[in-house]
Design a protein around this ligand. Structure first.
Ligand code: ATP
Ligand code: MG
Ligand code: FE
Length: 351
């Protein structure tokens, strides 16, 4: 089947056409980032985001269909992010999807944005259930056990800032541009990770929760002591920050893999990483190493599918569609929608 996906929950306006579930193929994956609109404010402004989605979504959908050489007639269903996310943007995407579904007489599938991230690895890799997911983005930092479609267990989460958010705030604090992640990573390359010692918050406690706000505060304290901060110091602070984050993530990954082995002694553990922070090379190699040491499979979808995109929404739509009922036109967007509260839990093995 062929599904049109729409994603508007944050600062990317995206539409994609994906075919599957057998031999899945991305026929188009159009993404328009709003970075330029938000740069001068140093972060995403919800009202500006919603307006920008309205302005371009029609065009992005048309582009996705044209690139896939499809018309609405060739599409079997429309999948759209129904939450969680910035409510203005989610409304724009979901209402557009409803309108298309209504006009074209096709079913609508409301997709949880996090479920989109969670299932992406099954689009790109031959991966069965269960597997571990580490979702690290601007709005989320969590470990999930993906047991089946619609069957997710949150094993641990950040108790304060998301990692991407911590990268963005750190960049701002050090006078680096938005988005902070790439800027911090670039500076860190020139820095000495051992000049400053930053804490590894919460690591002394068991479980899989994480904390990143304290790290940023420690960094601010160090920076203030050295005013005015020169370029080398900024680079050293970035390197120390990145090393601390990578350290926390690889320690927690080891714990998560231990838990996997305890629960599923007969299955080779697999850990999937998703979210914008997964672009970070140092974090990637720390996770690869942690997985290798534990004899686990490490799966990182290509970057374009790790950050927000609509191919993952279309794919989640395909995964959901084959399980049966589609969604009601009366459904409402959900600004908050934890994955472990998702409905329609089905399937638990195989691909
Ligand atoms: P959501 O959390 O709802 O998925 P989002 O738009 O914040 O939405 P993404 O687009 O997946 O999430 O990721 C953006 C985040 O990833 C930003 O916080 C950005 O700083 C961070 N990021 C991007 N590249 C890097 C990098 N190389 N290193 C670290 N962080 C990065
Ligand atoms: Mg984004
Ligand atoms: Fe996302």
């Amino acid at each position: 089947m062929t599904v049109l996906g729409i994603e508007t929950s944050c600062d990317e306006t995206a539409a994609a056409v994906v075919r599957g579930p057998a031999s899945p193929e991305i026929l188009s994956n159009v993404i328009r980032s709003q970075i330029d609109e938000h740069t001068e404010f140093g972060g995403v402004v919800p009202e500006i985001a919603a307006r920008a989605h309205i302005e371009v979504l029609d065009r992005i959908v048309a582009e996705a269909l044209a690139e896939a050489k499809c018309s609405f007639d060739d599409i079997d269903a429309i999948a759209a992010t129904a939450g969680p996310g910035l409510i203005g943007g989610v409304i724009v995407g979901l209402m557009t999807a409803k309108a298309i579904a209504m006009a074209a007489g096709k079913p609508l599938i409301a997709v949880n944005h996090l479920e989109g991230h969670a299932l992406t690895a099954r689009l790109t890799d031959d991966l069965g259930f269960p597997f571990l997911l580490l979702l690290v983005s601007g709005g989320h930092s969590q470990f999930l056990m993906v047991r089946g479609i619609g069957d997710y267990e949150r094993l641990g989460t950040t108790i304060d800032d998301a990692i991407g958010e911590a990268f963005d705030k750190t960049a701002k604090l050090l006078g680096l541009p938005y988005p902070g992640g790439p800027a911090v990573e670039q500076m860190a390359r020139k820095g000495d990770p051992n000049r400053f010692r930053l804490p590894r918050p919460l690591l002394d406690r068991p479980g899989l929760d994480m904390s990143f706000a304290g790290l940023k505060t420690a960094l601010r304290t160090q920076a203030q002591k050295l005013e005015p901060v020169d370029d080398q110091t900024v680079a050293d602070l970035c390197a120390a920050f990145q090393k601390a984050v990578a350290g926390v993530l690889s320690a927690r990954t080891r714990t998560a893999l231990d838990l996997f082995r305890e629960r599923y002694p007969d299955i080779q553990p697999a850990i999937v990483v998703a979210g914008g922070v997964a672009a970070n090379q140092e974090i990637r190699s720390a996770l690869t190493e942690a997985a290798e040491q534990a004899g686990a499979r490490f799966v990182a979808p290509p970057m374009r599918l790790c950050t927000d995109n609509a191919a993952m929404i279309a794919w989640a739509g395909i995964e959901r569609l084959r399980l049966g009922p589609v969604d009601d036109m009366n459904l409402s967007p959900r600004p908050r929608w934890p994955l472990d509260q998702i409905s329609g839990s089905v399937l638990g093995s195989g691909k």
